[in-house]
Design a protein around this ligand. Sequence first.
Ligand code: HEC
Length: 479
Amino acid sequence: MTRYFVSVVVAAALGTGYVLWSRPAFPHAQTTTTVQFDREIVHVLDNHCVMCHAEKGLAFPLTTYEQAYASRWQMRMEALDRHMAPWAAVPGYGDFANSNALTQREIDFVVSWAESFGPRNNGEVSTGVADTPTAPPAVQAHFDSGRWVLGKPDLLLPMSANTIEAQRAGEIKSTLIDPKLTADRWLRGLEYKPGDRRVVHAVSFAIRETGQWIGSWSPWQGFVSLPPGLAVKLPAGSHIVAEIRYYGCKEPVVERGSVGLYFAERPSLRRVSSLVLDAKAAAPASAVTRKLSATTQLEGDLNILSLEPLIRPGLESVEVTAKGPDGATQVLLFAQDIPLDWPTPYVFSRPVSLRKGTELSVIEHYARETSAPIAATPVTFSVYAGAALVSEQPKVQQTPAVQRFELSGTVKSVDAEAGRLLVQHGDIPGLMGAMTMSYRVGKQVDLKKIAPGDQIQSDVVVSDTGTFLENIQVIRRAK
Ligand code: HEC
């Protein structure tokens, strides 16, 4: 009872400090809410906040009832303004796997909970006996920073240490990781664990030798994972460069993280590569214009896995659109009020498949008061070319006109004139069992590049006009 009483007094005292308190909008609010900390609010904090707001985290802790209660008016404001959790993509454009935005329902929970004096629960444990040994432990938000979301890594690599001065403003440190590979490997995933979560804001990973961007880490998305069937080639002897964006905390810190690599057993079914669109000002730099843009026309079918804009001071919005050959325009990303401190990739929940001839454009707006000249501002796309992968095609009930399956096997003979391959292959799930069979190949396939004894991976396309092989990749050459 005492606890509840104290809460009300504190709320009233705090409340007078807030302008919003005087708004007559919620005179009855405290009696109408059913939102409780132990139920709804803990879920919001678990899912969106405590990866940063924790002891030894990037920001003040918001894990216990008392902490959240004391911050509830700021939580309400931050949620309404969509400042917290940091996520700049405007809802309704693009569907992102790594979005940390609160849903409208979650915003409603936070607002209504704050406006109703932040109840803990129905009153079961707020009787002042909560500290006795028999009482159930208080409900708290929780973040498990030690868990490997992708499972036990195939290769766990400690990174070299960086020293970050106290209170240091944002700085990027480049760290080289040597996986000491003696053979080519196919990277399907990567997970990173900062050594000290107080100072790491973002990390971008790339392969030094090929320049290939692998993906990025942010506090709410600790891993990069490619869709099934896709992997990035990590050549023997290659290195991974981690660009770590640090902000100093109260005291100097020696930070030493580690990275876990996850390998695919088979080579990637498609080549994953990066595409960079460098947005430039149309008019000379002296002009008042603060709009930058870039456009490219796709020379073949392309699938976009993710994209990441470079964030510069003054950047206000980024818009990425695709205008199809039929003239229909699709907005892939519209980001506004982009926080400088939280660079993030936008990872599509399902790769965006674009047809040949599509115009892919980036438009960026900078604040007029930005004094520094604005150089080209790139957006990096992670893509794969060709038809969308089998696993990414939408599931339809009826048998579609064209079906795709995955084959892997050994070429027995090549008949270039007839455009046919005799292949001994394993199971083709959904189509047929293991056998040796002659296949027609698609028009684009160059049979001169394939020899008997080669091990291949390929799509089997089954359509009204018959069955043929497409996207053939030689995994291992005949000796
Ligand atoms: C990516 C990290 C991150 C996430 C996720 C995040 N925050 Fe924050 N938040 C911060 C940082 C950093 C600050 C500034 C902290 C400071 O000044 O100590 C901050 C500040 C705040 C503030 C204080 C704002 C003010 O008035 O000064 C509130 C309230 C807040 N966050 C609530 C939330 C809530 C609620 C969530 C989840 C819905 C959330 N945050 C998610 C990093 C994060």
